[in-house]
Design a protein. Sequence first.
Length: 538
Amino acid sequence: MEEKMHDSGQTIEHDPKPAIGSTEETFVERQDLRQGLHDRHIEMIALAGCIGTGLFLGSGLAIHNAGPAGAFLGYSLMGIAVCAVCLAIGEMGALVPLSGGIIRYADLWFDPALAFANGWNVVYGFLIGTPAEIVAASVLVEFWVTVNNAIWITVFGTIIIASVIVFVRVYGELEFFFAWLKILLILGVNLMALVITCGGGPNHQSIGFRYWSNPGPFNQYLGYGGSLGRFMGFWTTLTNAAYSYANIESFTYAAAETRSPRRNIPIAAKRIFIRILLFYVISILMVSLVVPSDSPELLHQTGTASQSPFVIAANSAGVKVVPHIINAIVITSAWSSANSNMLYGSRAMYGLAKRKLAPKAFLRLNRFQIPWVPVTLLGTFIALGYMSLSSTSSTVFQWLQSLVSISTLVNWIVILATYLRLYYGCKAQNIDRKELPWAAPFQPYFTWVVLTFFICIVLTNGYTTFLHGHWSTQTFVSSYLNIPIVVTLYFGYKWIKKTKIPGLAEIPIREFIDNAHANPEPLRIPKRGLQRLNIFWS
């Protein structure tokens, strides 16, 4: 049974329940949820929605640990790997444009037990990630004025809940605006770094690649010398980069609320490489030119803009106004990330409930056609932000944040594994991939290489705890706790529900293709005149 909440607060049921992925189910779900996200919304959200405090504030730690060349290589390699995730999720999302993203795809093509385990892994990440970003935004305000953080946590949290629970169109417009701010900030700080490097700052000192020569391109990590110490610094940076790229694949979670998803989702996926190049790789390269990796300020974790390597470079060059501009826009970035977590987390719960992997109450819609029960649950977890008001609780809260980064890697592994099931399912059923709404390039080799890469990172993420004299219970738990949790959820659900992994010849693919061909989307209006100058959305 499927439920729909009307203005009166009563529910009606669609009976009988349509088959998953059928034309009827797709129609029902897209009728239930309002398509408030337009072309420009989904493309700009995918373009800059994932950019948050990880890039602006956390990149300095990566440069300190690995050196300028190590950080540059780490972010570049992780960026290439993330491209594989986005291409895979884009192909699956174009074929099955339903809310819930990977939760629905794993249920279809792998095993309902995997959808259950990873679905709650994803929800867990959103539940913890939302208050984390709100706390970051509240702490950033301290750059100007010091008041009780509880005030800002309450203000930011209330605005986020209001924007997500009322209109998805409001969310789209807010994210569109914040995405523009982040893009302008990145362009501005990179231009500033270039000017400083060339000697155009107030002190007129040309830097060039000075800091790549002294203290050097790679740092020795944890006191280990030679190539081993340099490799350890580089490998540690991969986890930092993964946290910065977290949720970059989330543009399919609200597929049912996206207009023309079979057209817009592939567009967002195909542009992932240029987004990563422009907003991450070039930014890390530019900041590595203007801040020495041995600067003690890189380790001064204030939580405000003063720890940003771009601010450190501006202060060193004598530029005074930049720190205030960076702090203001980083606040919007943190708030924007929390806003995205609320939307995607609620749609992930909705997707779980659609397949009876979560309480059916998560299917209830308010009169604005928003799943208000999941939004309410996410809103209550914002209260975790108040833990940061005491130093001891803040330590625990930072520990939970590190758990979220590992859940992201686990989610990426599930996405790639599920995609391989779809790919080889097409082969087993003699389906030409040209029949799909969109077929991702470089497959399946790209996916296999990146899947192996992510598994290695997850297994070795806490390697420092196994080095003599470096044991840390906190690091060990935060690095590996997520693995047994997901495994337990998977086999527990499998044992209770007696689920099976279907054969490749049995998984549903053809009906989705027929559904797509039977329901063509309107053609995109070509750009004309000055619109051709717009490189961000079509």
